[in-house]
Design a protein around this ligand. Structure first.
Ligand code: GAL
Ligand code: ZN
Length: 665
């Protein structure tokens, strides 16, 4: 594709054929050049086993090809047709409490079912054979949002596959019993057949068993993807393959999946009613960009595969996007590395489960705000063609690891921690200061970053722990939070005080955790003259013994008054900071500003909160997510690609205004 892709999910099978020509004409009017077709078409494509009834799809693809619109063609396997579930009820998924779910919605399949997998591969192969050389075929779209409704299945087939997986992982029952802490609560297995998925039990299921089941379940979904990808690659070598991820979605380990994709894509549905929804969507963009580096072609830009042009239909209350919000969030994705902006869906449905979900072409037709915004964005994206393919470079990385996330949120812990909330706490001040951050895997390449933030990285491998140490030793700045480095990949405590692998790095030892009850707040005082002078904290307190680190903040009330809450420690050519609690937002901002300052990362304090500044290639994006005007210092005059005008050095950006600044030309 040239320039930035623009479009959405197109479901022509929901409409009489007479509307298709109008669709394609309106797509051209809106600047649409890429549509996803066939995601939920299985029952139309295959009314009965052993055939492909695709005349209608031939005609749709022909119309699109003639209009020069590329197609992200789905394999169609996301929702099995009624005949498959009727003939083979064993494909239906089973919940942790043993209920077999009924067909009648979508994604009703057990990922381990050989019958389902064979049927999905059969359809994918028929599609690949038929459309391999089609001029509209731009990319393959395998299934849809793996794990969205059914992240794991607890049926007998899945149980047997889980046992095979465990045998391959542990080799012997002794090894498994030891790893899982079988001696605790009398859980020593004497035969593989005794092992079950972590089904609903009287109280907490074994945490290591739960962690392994999360690994296994992500892997089973990945196997479904790989089976389809193999037939696509065989019949249409060179056509890129994607499947749409869901951002910070717990069940799917994107670091393991991404190397198997050619193009990484994401679906992002921030709640328009949340005044800070742009933060969550920005995190999803940065995460997607980070995992996209692992995909087939390294450094490749990514695709915003789905978003809503306005309201969704699946929250209890579904607010429409505010005027300009669809544009702002779309351009946010471009700023953060996306080369295609797609929506769910092209034409708002008239029937079925999603008829109250917005579409690019609303029920009201083209005389509507949404349509005007849709055509406006198409024109904007046309102007941003020079941005396509350019890289985003982040000076800061937040360490992230799905295995650690699964471990962190297991039950029977000192307190309930929610990773996405914690990531958000550390992400917000960086975002507000115009600092772009990647999400790096614990064992990933950290060279090139100046600051690495480690938020509640509960589980860490030896290699991951070394990686962080080496980064600091080589001159990097590290900021580690409470409840990091606590267990190894088997969910066994790393003994000797916390965080055992990083005590030398941090110059301290945590002896005990003192989580705070909900609503409780403890005062903080500045310690060494450096760092914020005072503040408060909540959620968690570590009992810290200093072993070389210098305190930066101390608790100033409660049982731990006088003891260190935040510290700093030189390490090799770099430095390691520690946070034993969650400070209030302004104190945390102060700590991050300082860490950035010491790491040589520009941290702006003059950007109004709600205004986003991101650099991509030679372009600077300034995006206001505010309903009010914002006064901004651009630091000089530049050329705005969107308005084709010269702007700056100061500019008053209107409500939800956007600038894309390039060199004066
Ligand atoms: C996504 C899904 C789409 C559509 C959309 C509605 O989760 O992939 O098919 O249902 O939600 O918001
Ligand atoms: Zn199953």
């Amino acid at each position: 594709m040239r320039g930035i892709g623009y479009g959405g999910d197109y479901n022509p099978e929901q409409w009489p054929e007479s509307t298709w020509a109008e669709d394609v004409g309106l797509m051209a009017e809106a600047g649409v050049n890429l549509v996803t077709v066939g995601v939920f078409s299985w029952s139309r494509l295959q009314p009965a086993p052993g055939e492909l009834s695709a005349g209608w799809l031939d005609r749709v693809l022909g119309l699109l090809a003639a209009a020069g619109i590329g197609v992200d063609l789905a394999t169609g396997t996301a929702s099995p047709p009624p005949w498959l579930a009727a003939e083979h009820p064993e494909i239906l998924p089973v919940t942790a409490d043993g209920r077999r779910l009924a067909p009648g919605a979508r994604q009703h399949y057990c990922p381990s079912s050989p019958v389902f997998r064979a049927a999905a591969v059969d359809l994918a192969e028929r599609m690949a054979r038929r459309y391999a050389g089609h001029p509209a075929l731009t990319m393959w779209h395998v299934s849809n949002e793996y794990g969205c409704h059914i992240p794991a299945c607890y049926c007998q087939t899945s149980a047997a596959a889980f046992r095979d997986w465990l045998q391959a992982r542990y080799g012997s029952l002794d090894e498994l019993n030891d790893s899982w802490g079988g001696a605790v609560w009398s859980q020593v297995y004497t035969s593989w057949e005794q092992i079950q998925p972590p089904r609903t039990a009287p109280t907490y299921a074994n945490p290591a068993q739960q962690l392994d089941f999360a690994r296994f379940s992500s892997g089973e979904l990945l196997s479904c993807f790989l089976a389809e990808r193999a037939v696509l690659a065989a019949h249409s070598p060179g056509v890129p393959v994607t499947t749409n991820f869901m951002g910070l979605f717990r069940p799917v380990d994107q670091f393991r999946w991404a190397p198997e994709l050619d193009v990484v894509s994401v679906d992002s549905y921030p709640d328009p009613a949340d005044p800070e929804s742009y933060l969550l969507s920005a995190m999803a963009c940065d995460l997607t960009r980070s995992v996209a580096r692992l995909a087939g072609t390294p450094g490749q830009p990514w695709v915003l595969m789905e978003q809503a042009p306005s309201a969704v239909n699946w929250r209890p209350v579904n607010a429409p996007k505010a005027p300009g919000q669809y544009r702002g969030l779309s351009l946010q994705a471009v700023a953060r590395g996306s080369d295609a902006i797609l929506s769910f869906q092209w034409r708002a449905a008239a029937a079925g489960a999603e008829k109250f979900h917005s579409g690019m072409l609303p029920h009201a037709g083209t005389d509507s705000r949404v349509w005007r915004e849709v055509t406006g964005l198409g024109a904007d994206l046309g102007r941003l063609a020079p941005v396509a393919g350019t890289p985003v470079r982040a000076p800061v990385a937040l360490l992230h690891d799905w295995e650690s996330w699964w471990g962190l949120e297991l039950d029977s812990h000192p307190a309930r921690l929610h990773l996405v909330e914690l990531l958000g706490e550390f992400y917000r001040p960086l975002f507000e200061a115009g600092v772009t951050a990647d999400f790096a895997h614990t064992e990933g390449d950290l060279t090139g970053y100046r600051l690495v933030v480690v938020p509640a990285l509960y589980l860490v491998s030896d290699a991951g722990a070394d990686n962080v140490r080496r980064f600091a030793a080589a001159g990097g700045t590290v900021l580690v939070s409470f409840f990091s480095g606590i267990v190894d990949p088997r969910d066994r405590i790393r003994l000797g005080g916390y965080p055992a692998p990083w005590q030398d790095l941090l110059g301290l030892r945590v002896e005990e955790f003192a989580p705070l009850p909900e609503g409780a707040v403890v005062r903080l005082d500045g310690a060494a003259g450096a760092g914020p002078a005072s503040g408060t904290c909540r959620l968690w307190q570590d009992v810290i013994g200093l072993r070389g680190a210098e305190p930066v903040l101390r608790y100033a009330s409660g049982h731990l008054a006088g003891q260190p809450a935040a510290t700093r420690h030189p390490y090799g050519a770099g430095e390691a900071c520690y946070l034993g609690t969650l400070p209030d937002r302004s104190t945390l901002r102060g700590l991050l500003a300082e860490a950035c300052g010491r790491a040589g990362v520009e941290f702006r304090t003059d950007v109004p909160p709600g205004v986003e500044m991101v650099r991509r290639g030679d372009y600077r994006f300034v995006i206001s997510h505010l309903d009010t005007p914002a006064d901004i210092d651009l630091g000089g005059r530049s050329h705005d690609l969107l308005s084709a005008e010269h702007v700056g050095p100061r500019v008053v950006l209107g409500p939800r205004g956007v600038l894309v600044l390039g060199p004066l030309g």
